[in-house]
Design a protein around this ligand. Structure first.
Ligand SMILES: CCCCCCCCCC/C=C\CC(=O)SCCNC(=O)CCNC(=O)[C@H](O)C(C)(C)COP(=O)(O)OP(=O)(O)OC[C@H]1O[C@@H](n2cnc3c(N)ncnc32)[C@H](O)[C@@H]1OP(=O)(O)O
Length: 285
């Protein structure tokens, strides 16, 4: 595992502290970073895979581990954000799907399922400080949280149909959990990317913030709104509301991997992914 965990002393007993500290790798290797505010108990989970936080197998596994750690240590909130100044996450790393190793491809999709199950179903209150562009898989992560604060002048959305891809059911359920059904249907069928202002208007994000610091504060304010609620009652309510979406994936988890593998391996899909990668690289030149 390549994530680093920094824990405030006040909220963690030495036993917890021992549980939390995982071997630290060299700074340049860290893909996620968790910092816990010792006064509030809120955890900041930062994705750090330059240049665009492309969700590859390693980052997904790291995210999963970090979410589980935050959960186990009973933090009072999880804020997902990015170390980049302009990108929250570019979504799935297309390199994982282009000319893939078949075993790794399965592991990759399973890791994405596991991150979604952990984040969408988290007992800990969750929020995303969206400090950059957030297409596709990036949007999925943000939308899986309970609250979203976005910086201006970026874009967010599930753009799969624009890439010739059908988003899996659980991507769609996540959107439907956030957006009115008709807006979700339009956004998903059009593969629309929304500007920050548009995202606020339709309710895809809850607030805008001028800076990352302000976004983090607004996420913390959201967590503080639960100060007078019972944490168990809060969680059980969330769990029931999200139960069907989660059950649907759990019931079809293996089949979902098979569908994905079948889909990705189609020659037309491989051709499309190759062309898309090329267009991204040309753009970068
Ligand atoms: C019936 C059901 C069956 C089931 C079927 C399941 C099908 C699969 C479903 C899941 C599908 C999709 C989910 C996804 O997440 S796919 C990924 C979608 N993401 C995107 O389209 C975003 C693409 N990237 C961008 O738009 C831009 O890069 C950016 C994020 C806005 C950032 O712009 P920028 O100008 O700051 O940076 P840029 O120069 O473009 O990029 C820098 C380098 O990073 C490379 N890169 C960017 N995005 C990706 C990516 N997603 N994967 C891999 N690599 C990426 C880019 O090529 C540059 O590389 P280099 O420096 O030139 O080498």
């Amino acid at each position: 595992m390549q994530s680093a965990l920094i824990v405030g002393k006040k909220i963690c007993s030495s036993l917890l502290l021992r549980n939390w500290v995982r071997p630290l790798s060299a700074a340049s290797d860290k893909l996620t970073n968790v910092e816990v505010n010792d006064k509030t108990g809120f955890a900041k989970l930062t994705m750090n895979r330059p240049p665009v936080n492309g969700l590859n197998l390693d980052l997904l596994r790291d995210l999963h581990q970090s979410i589980q750690d935050i959960e186990k240590n009973k933090c009072r909130g999880l804020i997902l954000t990015s170390a980049s100044n302009t990108i929250f996450s570019a979504g799935l790393d297309i390199m994982e799907m282009y000319k893939p190793d078949q075993e790794r491809l399965k592991q990759f999709w399973t890791a994405l399922q596991d991150v979604w199950l952990a984040l969408y179903g988290s007992a800990v209150p969750t929020a995303a400080a969206i400090n950059g562009h957030s297409p596709a898989g990036g949007c999925l992560l943000a939308a899986s949280c309970e609250y979203r604060v976005m910086l201006p002048k970026y874009t967010i959305g599930l753009n799969e149909t624009q890439l010739g891809i059908v988003a899996p059911k659980w991507f769609m359920s996540t959107f439907r959990n956030v957006l009115p059904r008709r807006i979700a249907e339009q956004a998903l069928t059009q593969g629309k990317m929304f500007t920050s202002d548009e995202a606020l208007k339709i309710g895809l994000v809850d607030e805008l913030a001028a800076t990352k610091e302000e976004a983090l504060l607004k996420c913390e304010k959201f967590f503080a709104s639960f100060a007078k609620t019972d944490p168990i009652a809060r969680y059980l309510t969330k769990k029931q509301l999200r139960h069907n979406d989660i059950k649907e994936l759990l019931d079809e988890k293996v089949q979902d991997v098979e569908n994905f593998v079948l889909f990705v391996n189609q020659p037309s899909v491989q051709k499309g992914l190759g062309l898309y990668l090329e267009s991204l690289k040309k753009k970068a030149k």
